[in-house]
Ligand binder design. Structure first.
Ligand SMILES: N[C@@H](CCC(=O)N[C@@H](CS)C(=O)NCC(=O)O)C(=O)O
Length: 241
């Protein structure tokens, strides 16, 4: 869709809330799976920015991420991957979100000041790069091969989810910049990464106790349409419970 389509189109844009602006975006092909934390981060960012993607289902439970055809898209064998016409695939949810930020700056998902941006990136990294990788299917596969049974894997998941979330809780509960959301009263990358982890707790039916600040922020995020629409259980391929 081109912005040169006519004055009435510009008028219609003016009448829309900013976050639902349709920018003149390339066609995005998103390789995704219903329940994954990293795909959730991309879905929320798309929704917040008013962008759209055509999803291709990669059945991670069936190991499709290790198919030679998919390894050509992401040699590390993980979703999400975003394909734009004429370009090599973009992998890594955080890099994909940054790309969205640059093509669709409104609403901003990072604060305006350097220290604020560093704090948001730091909280996001505690979740997306220090917590999430420990509980991925490839880690489960390796540990199962090394002798882990279902109970040992569940104990592992609970341990690492709890370790990450309790550390974030300590920061959120003690740092003055925490507001209705992780940083002040606007949604940022930190909130996206936080809910990308707590959404997995629901998928795996795990409870982490003693995180009241996180619980409050998560329930506020979940009331936002961009998060609600990205709920793993609402995605194609999710179990009908
Ligand atoms: N750091 C990557 C993580 C990608 C990733 O590990 N995705 C998981 C799902 S959340 C996956 O596809 N794992 C496949 C596997 O572990 O075999 C990102 O944020 O995009």
């Amino acid at each position: 869709m081109s912005l040169a389509n006519g004055w009435w189109y510009g008028l219609a844009l003016d009448l829309l809330p900013k976050a639902t602006f349709m920018i003149d975006q390339p066609r995005f092909e998103l390789f995704a799976f219903w329940r994954t934390s990293a795909t959730f981060r991309v879905r929320v960012a798309l929704n917040l920015k008013g962008l759209t993607a055509h999803e291709h289902f990669v059945n991670v439970d069936a190991g499709e991420q290790r198919d030679p055809a998919f390894l050509k898209i992401n040699p590390l064998g993980g979703v999400p991957a975003l394909v734009l016409p004429g370009h090599p695939p973009l992998t890594q949810s955080i890099a994909i979100r940054e790309y969205f930020e640059e093509i669709a700056p409104t609403p901003p998902l990072l604060p305006g000041d350097p220290l604020g941006r560093a704090r948001v990136r730091s909280i996001a990294a505690m979740l997306a790069t220090d917590t999430h990788p420990l509980v991925t299917p490839r880690v489960k596969r390796y540990l199962t091969g090394a002798g882990f049974d279902d109970a040992a894997w569940r104990a592992w998941q609970i341990h690492w989810f709890s370790t990450g979330l309790q550390a974030v809780e300590l920061r959120l509960a003690t740092e003055a910049d925490t507001g209705a959301f992780c940083h002040g009263d606007a949604i940022t990358l930190a909130d996206i990464c936080l809910v990308s982890i707590t959404a997995m707790l629901k998928v795996f039916k795990i409870t982490v106790a003693g995180i009241p600040v996180i619980d409050g922020i998560v329930s506020r995020c979940e009331r936002e349409p961009a998060f609600a629409k990205a709920d793993p259980f609402k995605q194609v391929g999710a179990p009908q419970t």
